[in-house]
Design a protein around this ligand. Structure first.
Ligand code: LFR
Length: 468
């Protein structure tokens, strides 16, 4: 068997990671070879620093190549969805990509729905109507008269093409644009037409597990480039090896994605009215979930509190703080925006007739507790609806991703939901990314089948204990 190493790149809104899978006598072993902080910055709008991300990832790839003297067999990239790179005819980015939190889409969303009603967009795509979706960003670019570029790619696919891969739109990521048909893996022409967007600038939609070519980066030449589930959430869910019909998930990081896997999308009146999403998942399945706010709330507060608190101490202090006197609506639009989060939280409290809290670092434990209790209550609400809409009798809840390490939040979640909570991998996106690669390298190429999903699941089960 081929015992060369396999590399997973995971792009996160807060941190980016390069991990290396090597084979030992005892089986696979995965180690983190490079990690660096990421965040959008104000630069003619809220944007990502693409050069910094590329330099960081490529540093990581070179480190991986230096460690893996046996050679690297393949590389795959997953990352947050919806944001994209517009490129010129030579594949060179026109500018730094916008961050989905940039406020330009507030007006674009309203304007877009004058051209195509929200209900119709929902009916066509089955996707949660949420301002961050690519479609509103593309429309905002157009309204602002930004040069369209010859093509655009979501970020993971951009990186794969940057190193020599075919330019594609991987399905799990493409669905989050809100520009793909619900029942066909194809761009939705009605939406492109209604908004005056040019479908010839979008790339062919391909399933997760597609081979895109070979790597041209010095030191890694010849490694296969694979599109995994390019959407980090779809990768994270692929990293949960659970079987059966009684489980739900929370992919817990900057966002909390609260949902369950379905064999078929559900876009009936209730799912639409309650704005659940039907995103692409590995093996032709559907991630049926809702974006709930997440560690964004806490991280944004921590930015204001300076270096006063480390996350672990803050969680411990929150656990000792008194119960909150009233819960936040964590999904209020204002709480999705960047900057002065303690003030935004207090503004909501005051609007709801509650007393303002201490916004300083001294008040951090109480505010953190409020955030955790409010998130847990929201998870419970959403999961109850998921059980109802999916017809599943939920018993187990798998929490994966960075914030799955927060045992206090897990306990609050167990109390609020009544479900048995299992902590999956903190690096579940990487588990899923590698599992898809291994399934493909093993010869399981037909993504549309349950067999592919099962192969991925078997690999995920083997990889979880192998994560360093
Ligand atoms: C999680 C995630 C979510 C997506 C949001 C924006 O990292 O990918 O699934 O809704 O970020 O891309």
């Amino acid at each position: 068997a081929d015992k060369r190493a396999v590399v997973a790149v995971d792009l996160g809104a807060e941190s980016c990671r390069v991990c290396l899978l090597r084979w030992t006598e005892a089986g696979p072993k995965v180690s983190l070879v490079h990690r660096f902080a990421n965040s959008p910055r104000e630069n003619d709008g809220l944007r990502w620093d693409l050069g910094m991300i590329a330099a960081g990832v490529e540093d990581g790839l070179r480190k991986a190549a230096a460690i893996a003297t046996e050679g690297i067999r393949s590389v795959a990239v997953d990352g947050w969805a919806v944001d994209y790179v517009r490129i010129d005819a030579d594949g060179v980015p026109l500018e730094d990509p916008f961050c989905y939190r940039d406020e330009r889409t507030i007006a674009a969303e309203v304007a877009a729905h004058k051209k195509i009603p929200a209900d119709r967009m929902r009916e066509l795509t089955g996707i949660q109507l949420i301002r961050i979706n690519t479609v509103y960003q593309q429309f905002a670019d157009q309204l602002a008269g930004r040069k369209p570029g010859v093509q655009w790619l979501n970020l993971p696919e951009y990186f794969l093409s940057r190193w020599g891969g075919t330019r594609v739109a991987e399905l799990t990521n493409a669905t989050h644009t809100q520009m793909v048909e619900l029942h066909e893996p194809e761009w939705c022409l009605e939406i492109f037409d209604a908004l005056g967007l040019d479908v010839s600038r979008a790339l062919p939609v391909v399933p997760p597990g597609t081979l895109l070519g070979t790597m041209n980066l010095p030191g890694l030449e010849g490694a296969s480039l694979i599109a995994p589930a390019c959407h980090d959430t779809a990768s994270a869910i692929a990293g949960i090896p659970a079987v059966g019909n009684d489980w739900a998930y929370i992919s817990s990081g900057t966002w909390s994605l609260v949902g369950t896997l379905l064999e078929q999308p559900r876009n009936g009146a209730a799912a639409a009215a309650e704005n659940f999403t039907n995103l692409g998942a590995v093996g032709g399945r559907t991630c049926f979930h809702k974006n709930v706010n997440g560690m964004w709330l806490l991280r944004q507060c921590m930015n204001e509190w300076g270096s006063a608190w480390e996350i672990a101490e803050l969680v411990a202090a929150a656990e000792r703080a008194p119960r909150a006197d009233g819960l936040l609506d964590v999904d209020e639009a204002d709480l999705m925006l960047a900057g002065h989060m303690p003030g935004r939280i207090n503004a909501q409290r005051v609007r709801r007739g509650l007393a303002a809290m201490d916004e300083s670092a001294a008040g951090a434990p109480a505010m953190a507790r409020l955030i955790f209790e409010s998130l847990a209550a929201r998870y419970a609400e959403v999961l109850a609806r998921i059980a109802e809409l999916s017809g599943k009798e939920l018993k187990r809840l798998f929490v994966v991703g960075g914030a799955s390490q927060n045992e206090f939040l897990n306990r609050l979640t167990a109390e609020a939901t009544g479900l048995q909570v299992f902590r999956g991998s903190a690096e579940s996106s990487t588990v899923g990314n590698l599992a898809v690669q291994l399934a493909v390298l093993d010869g399981d190429r037909d993504d549309s089948t349950g067999a592919f999903a099962e192969a991925v699941s078997r690999w995920a089960e083997m990889l979880i204990p192998a994560m360093g």
